[in-house]
Design a protein around this ligand. Structure first.
Ligand code: NAD
Length: 500
């Protein structure tokens, strides 16, 4: 189907149009479409054109409580938790295979809803598939029963799934993060209740319907759509959830952790970041500039682990800045389904105001403007577009301390390795940093001295299933995602002992 917006052939797929034509879209609980008990809905928009995509059910607290009951019932009485691991894994593989077959459809839904460049959305769907396959395979090889050599006792431990697990996700990587979150939980035999962000609920709803089609039993994957203070708070404060996982801002993470604490429900928090890139004087300046510009403009800078503070050795600072400015000026800002676009819109008007607000506040606190950002306009599209920006100066500036979540980097020079480490660690966050140097010994030394969950060398935003990804301090707690340990988080351990 050809849909023309402002003379751009968006190439909207007929399957995507058919999915959107189902509006108002219901939540999905117990294998069925579920409306809100009071009939309320909210709208989700295409941030690149401001067109309404669909109305979506806005579940109320009682609806969410019912969804948790359904997930609990499916766990206790349904087949899922009792299936042999290989049979459960076969079903998860079938889901991953079906997602792969429909990759262009799901990616286009994601691109429309989140404002992502379509090729980047395709990468997200591929990542979802890889994560689901990784945990489906891993769970088949977990030794769930371990004999303990304890004098005078016959003793062993056995691992069981917990029960219904709650998940709350943000809007920046909707489907990819669902994959990181629910794959280990499902592979271990738990059931899940997912609350997607209200800006981007569509790909998660599509996935839940697909799970039913491939034969995942009803009640195993449930999706409750709604607002944060409504459906989100109802889920995180539900005492029948056995584990909770939250990905989003530190502010909301704190509320979720408080609710879980009151109910003594274990909680995992994956929160924001203010990562640094430490650029030494021995780098290939053009190549490093290219990669960091790529990282800060990827998904319009709305990436938790982005390098948003660029610390550059004083001997190459001016040359590095000019390489970056030239590249950033050349970035093609445009509608996300237009193949020529390199950077799409931010997700909402609220997000655009946040980015513009930080630019203003940063400069009013004395930051030097190396590249003026601000609102961008794209011919024929009234979306939420912004230009990339570079600020520089004291790292005590608000724009250097707080998470902006847009295509804005803050630069500062350094003169020694120790100073670079000290500047990088001068933050409340602790998610991800990168070190850039052709001296790999120095790069490793500095990478190990950084206070965060993740350090990357000569690259930024590196993810691989099997490498733990976690935040510390204000960036998260509870163990992180993507590793073998994440799978173990979704088993409870029981010790059984008989004195001899
Ligand atoms: P947010 O905290 O505003 O919202 C996240 C989710 O929480 C949404 O689904 C929202 O509806 C829900 N929510 C809001 N209020 C709630 C409440 N009172 N109780 C329960 N749930 C509630 O975050 P956002 O703006 O959607 O996402 C951006 C943030 O996410 C950034 O800080 C970013 O760094 C972080 N993030 C972190 C990671 C990671 O892996 N560490 C990944 C992606 C995004």
């Amino acid at each position: 189907m050809k849909t023309m917006i402002a003379n751009v052939d968006t190439g909207l797929l007929p399957e995507v149009q058919a999915f959107l034509d189902g509006s108002p879209l219901a939540s999905f609980v117990g294998g069925e479409n579920v409306e809100s008990s009071d009939g309320s809905t909210f709208a989700t928009y295409d941030p690149g054109s401001m067109n309404k995509l669909a109305d979506v059910a806005e579940l109320q607290a009682a609806d969410v409580a019912r969804a948790v009951d359904v997930a609990d019932e499916a766990f206790r009485t349904g087949p899922w938790a009792k299936l042999p691991p290989n049979e459960r894994s076969a079903l998860l593989h079938r889901l991953a295979d079906e997602v792969e077959k429909r990759l262009p459809i799901i990616a286009q839904i994601e691109a429309l809803d989140a404002g992502k460049i379509e090729a980047q959305a395709q990468g997200d769907v591929q990542n979802f598939i890889a994560t689901m396959r990784y945990y489906a395979d891993l769970a088949q090889h977990v030794n769930r029963r371990t004999t303990l050599a304890v004098k005078g006792h016959e003793a062993w431990t056995v691992r069981h799934p917990w029960g219904p697990c709650g998940f709350i996700f943000p809007w920046n990587f909707p489907l990819l993060l669902v994959g990181w979150g629910i794959s280990p939980a499902l592979a271990a035999g738990n059931t899940v209740v997912i609350k997607p962000a209200e800006d981007t609920p569509l790909s998660t709803l599509y996935l839940a319907r697909l799970a039913k089609e491939v034969g995942i039993p009803d009640g195993v994957i449930n999706v409750v759509t709604g607002t944060g203070p409504g459906a989100g708070a109802a889920l995180s404060s539900n005492p029948n959830i056995k584990r909770m996982s939250f990905t989003g801002s530190p502010e909301v993470g704190r509320l979720v952790a408080e609710s879980c604490g009151r109910n003594l429900v274990p909680v995992k928090l994956e929160l924001g970041g203010k990562g640094a890139a430490v650029v030494f004087e021995d780098v290939d300046i053009a190549q490093t500039a290219e990669r960091l510009v790529g990282a800060i403009t990827f998904h319009t800078g709305q990436v938790c682990c982005d390098a948003t503070r660029w610390l550059v050795h004083k001997n190459i600072y001016d040359r590095f800045v000019s390489e970056c400015v030239n590249r950033l000026k050349a970035v093609r800002i445009g509608y996300q389904l237009n193949d020529a676009s390199q950077m799409g819109p931010v997700v909402s008007q609220k997000q655009r105001e946040r980015v513009l607000g930080y630019l203003e506040r940063g400069q009013s606190e004395g930051a030097e403007c190396l590249l003026e950002g601000g609102a961008a306009s794209v011919d024929g599209f009234s979306g939420h577009y912004v230009k990339p920006a570079l600020l520089a100066g004291s790292l005590d500036n608000v724009a250097a301390r707080e998470e902006i979540f847009g295509p804005v980097a803050y630069l500062a020079p350094f003169s020694s390795e120790d100073e670079a480490i000290e500047l990088t660690n001068r933050t409340d966050y602790g998610l991800a940093n990168s070190v850039w140097s052709s001296d790999l010994g120095r790069a490793a030394r500095v990478a190990e001295a950084l206070c965060a969950g993740n350090s990357w060398i000569n690259a930024h935003n590196v993810f691989a299933q099997g490498v733990p990804y976690a935040g510390i301090n204000k960036s998260g707690m509870g163990g992180g995602v993507l590793s073998v340990e994440t799978l173990f988080d979704y088993y409870r351990s029981l010790s059984v002992v008989r004195p001899l």
